[in-house]
Design a protein around this ligand. Structure first.
Ligand SMILES: [Zn+2]
Length: 275
């Protein structure tokens, strides 16, 4: 029970920090200074008005000074971070690997929302993932049985995660004469690859492309977006990367073959017809 509360507490703290990153990183502001302030009246927020989730409820979602509405996004991000941290606790227990994997899901959460709102993925997040993922790979049981295997798989994850999206970007540019894939997507998946290894990262990209295309096609059919409009790919990559954490390597291999046989050709045809 003690461990559960520690994980919840850290989830709230990091969820609160996630909100700071989401607001400041795309605006090129420092994430450490200055302290939090209201985005309407600029008043600094006192510590007792800055308690994750709790303060939002007590203030009824309004700034104490200017009474302007505080977005529901803030408590939702904090709550999501708690759930994500608890899911990592469920997978890894109260052990060393809980730390890097909490950092991973924290990064995926921040990436999802920043990419959705601003269509960029900050480099700080991607580089942090590469460094943390690679230097904790020795202890990462997902990556292999021996230390040598784990370090190698982490490095291959970096190459395959970044490389496969880079190849898609080059082909996309060649065929469609426009940027189909952002550099941010390439870097963040290189970072994610160091955590989950080459097979899972490949699977994650596969699933993200599938989901992304299906949603994109539905949005085009429903006339919510135009054909030329850019759709952020980061949220799909983040979601599918998160899901792979719950799959065993054997499941991944089975899925990859199944997808290749059943879906890949059909889906490629739909994709080509749409361009
Ligand atoms: Zn205010």
């Amino acid at each position: 029970m003690f461990e559960f509360f520690v994980v919840c507490f850290l989830g709230l703290i990091f969820g609160s920090f996630a909100n700071v990153c989401i607001y400041r990183m795309p605006r090129n502001m420092s994430v450490v200074k200055p302290n939090s302030h209201c985005i309407s009246c600029n008043a600094f927020i006192k510590w007792y008005d800055n308690i994750p989730i709790v303060s939002y409820i007590f203030l009824k979602g309004k700034c104490r000074r200017c009474k302007s509405k505080i977005s529901l996004k803030y408590p939702l991000v904090e709550f999501s971070c708690v759930i994500l941290f608890l899911s990592m606790y469920y997978l890894y227990g109260f052990a060393f690997m809980l730390i890097p994997f909490c950092l991973l899901v924290f990064s995926l959460l921040v990436t999802t929302i920043i990419d959705f709102e601003f269509k960029i993925i900050p480099d700080e997040i991607s580089f942090m993932l590469m460094i943390v993922g690679f230097f904790t790979s020795f202890f990462n049981l997902n990556l292999g049985e021996t230390i040598g295997q784990r370090v190698l798989n982490s490095f291959l994850g970096f190459l395959v995660g970044g490389g496969s999206l880079f190849i898609i970007a080059v082909i996309g540019k060649f065929i469609f004469k426009k940027d189909a894939m952002g550099g941010g997507d390439i870097k963040v998946m290189a970072g994610v690859g160091t955590f989950i290894g080459w097979d899972k990262v490949l699977f994650a990209i596969f699933v993200a492309s599938l989901f992304g295309s299906i949603v994109g096609i539905i949005l085009i059919i429903c006339k919510k977006i135009g054909r030329k409009q850019e759709i952020p790919f980061g949220p799909y990559l983040a979601l599918s990367s998160f899901l792979t954490l719950f799959l065993s390597p054997q499941m991944i291999i089975n899925y990859l073959f199944m997808l290749e046989e059943k879906f890949f050709l059909k889906y490629l045809l739909i994709d080509l017809q749409n361009f």
